[in-house]
Write a protein that binds this ligand. Structure first.
Ligand code: A2P
Length: 317
């Protein structure tokens, strides 16, 4: 398949399209998600990122299925990622089978451990209680992920929100190494150390919230509102979002911007036929660094495996 805009090769040999539509949104209206997926397919997106916890799998599945039936694209043309919930570490095979039912697919292209956290119960956006945390046995979770791949339920497996140290620990047990680490990354959180580590170990990095998640309860407008992006955007006659996405692509990662607005979906895909200058890169490289989603909810001093944020991110924050 020819992927508009290009792709990167995973350590499985498969191609991952370097722009994907993110679907973590407060808006879980099925019609809005379906319309967004179809709009994205029409402008050239071939990569869709979802997770059990986002509540978007079902609508994404419906949209893809209608696109397969109408002949807009075929299954082999699209790359679909979903993720293991924090409550599903005991049985990744059962979890992916539930996701596949939601998605109306026989396999996904990538299945990720969503967080290095195991929970008894999880309700999005509500505080966790001390009794919700369970000890994480990454070796046994990863064996379940490997089984998903061996059974043909996913073409690749990987992790999300893992530090270098956590990947290193995982690699000690892995028969199949992770293909991807999907992490927060944008011009205010460069992830340089993680990218260097992943590049050394042939693990592809995907950037969630490449725009810093403006106008969302979990994100920040600080990245989008930084005047530097207005300045660079004006110079190239592009938008601020396009500059940020182009920056991500020029770092060698794939980017997963979220929008259910057809105009912005199209805008975010116009990032292929131009480039940033070395001066732009120089200025962006000097921006103050601050991770937006620090994962405070996963830290407590009693029952979490992570007593502090330092422990959750292994000092890489
Ligand atoms: P909307 O869905 O109304 O387009 P991120 O991908 O970094 O998590 O950011 C998602 C947020 O960025 C959403 O609030 C989305 O709003 C907004 N967004 C997506 N694309 C653009 C764009 N091109 N310009 C401005 N805001 C955007």
């Amino acid at each position: 398949m020819a992927i508009v805009g290009g792709s990167a090769e995973l350590n499985t040999g498969a191609q991952i399209p370097i722009i994907g539509l993110g679907t973590a949104s407060m808006n879980t209206n099925e019609e809005d998600i379906k319309a967004a997926v179809i709009a994205a397919l029409q402008v050239g997106y071939r990569h869709f990122d979802t997770a059990r916890v986002y509540g978007s799998e079902h609508a994404l599945g419906k949209a893809l299925n209608s696109a397969f039936q109408s002949g807009l694209v075929s299954r082999e043309d699209v790359f679909v990622t979903t993720k293991l919930r924090n409550t599903e570490h005991d049985d990744p095979v059962a979890a992916i089978k539930d996701s596949l039912i939601n998605l109306q697919l026989e396999y996904v292209d990538l299945f990720l451990i969503h967080w290095p956290i195991k929970l008894r119960t999880e309700i999005p956006l509500t505080p966790l209680k001390e009794e919700d945390f369970l000890p994480l046995d990454i070796k046994s979770t990863w064996q379940g992920m490997e089984q998903c791949m061996e059974m043909g339920l996913t073409k690749a497996i990987g992790v999300s929100n893992f530090s270098c140290k956590k990947i290193e620990d995982l690699l000690k047990h892995a028969k199949i190494p992770p293909a991807v680490d999907q992490v927060e990354m944008h011009p205010h959180w460069h992830q340089k150390k993680l990218r260097d580590y992943c590049s050394k170990h042939n693990i592809h990095v995907s950037a969630w919230s490449p725009l810093g998640a403006p106008n969302t309860p979990w994100g920040s407008n600080a990245v989008m509102d930084n005047p530097l992006f207005q300045e660079i955007a004006q110079k190239h006659e592009k938008t601020r979002a396009q500059v940020m996405l182009r920056w991500g692509l020029e770092q060698g990662v794939s980017v997963l911007p979220k929008s259910y607005n057809a105009g912005r979906i199209a805008e975010n895909f116009q990032v292929f036929d131009w480039s940033l200058t070395s001066d732009d890169h120089d200025k962006i490289s000097k921006l103050e660094q601050k991770k937006i989603q620090q994962g405070e909810l996963f830290v407590n001093s009693t029952t979490s495996p992570y007593k502090t944020l330092e422990e959750l991110w292994d000092g890489e924050i």
